[in-house]
Write a protein that binds this ligand. Structure first.
Ligand SMILES: [Zn+2]
Length: 204
């Protein structure tokens, strides 16, 4: 039976590259894939595509809040068999949409590979990621490293001024940059623990 997969990571870990590579592997064997990318932060008339930092790019369907992804996959599958569904920016899926993708796996027997961020810059789960962590069949962590060499599991957001943002919207559209860090250095950068405080309990 087909499964629902969640590949999660922090920013800049190469998720889109992995997605495009995996899709390519299907197509190379003469199979069809259907690609989705979040349309939330794109203009209505923008063409959807998934691009990676190393220059790969492929057209993709956009998903937005309220879209029925099961219906869209079923419609496409009715015209030409779909062998695998890929979803980039899966953190922006709604809870219902994660269930629709589960039904794509369970009822249409098409594997669904979701790629996304686990947590936002404040260390909180995104809606799509929370539901995927709850019901996906398989989980794969896409690894990247902190400046100290440890595995990076967290992300900080730098504003246009280069300072670490401690509050604000879950997603910012602008000149922000993101840096992936290990949990220890994330807490320090967020000002939750002082670097010199070995025990993290504040002491006095
Ligand atoms: Zn670190």
């Amino acid at each position: 039976m087909a499964k629902l997969y969640f590949h999660y990571a922090t920013m800049n870990a190469g998720k889109s590259t992995m997605l495009l590579q995996a899709s390519y592997n299907y197509r190379e064997r003469g199979m069809n894939t259907m690609l989705f990318v979040a349309g939330h932060y794109r203009k209505a008339d923008d063409a959807g595509y998934i691009s990676s930092r190393i220059g790969l790019e492929e057209d993709a369907d956009m998903f937005r809040d309220g879209d029925d992804l099961l219906a869209r996959v079923a419609e496409h599958h009715g015209r030409a068999p779909v062998h695998c569904v890929f979803v980039d920016e899966a953190q922006f899926l709604q809870e219902d949409q994660v269930w629709q993708l589960a039904r794509v796996a369970d009822r249409l027997d098409i594997p669904v590979m979701c790629y996304g961020l686990r947590t936002d810059f404040q260390g909180k789960l995104f809606e799509g990621s929370r539901q995927l962590l709850a019901i996906a069949d398989e989980f794969r962590e896409v690894r990247t490293i902190c400046r100290c060499g440890k595995k990076a599991t967290m992300v900080v957001r730098l504003g246009a001024d280069g300072k670490v943002a401690k509050q604000g919207e879950q997603v910012a559209i602008g000149k922000e940059a993101y840096v992936s860090l290990c949990r220890r250095h994330w807490e320090e950068e967020m000002g939750r623990v002082k670097p010199e405080d070995m025990f993290g309990f504040g002491g006095s």
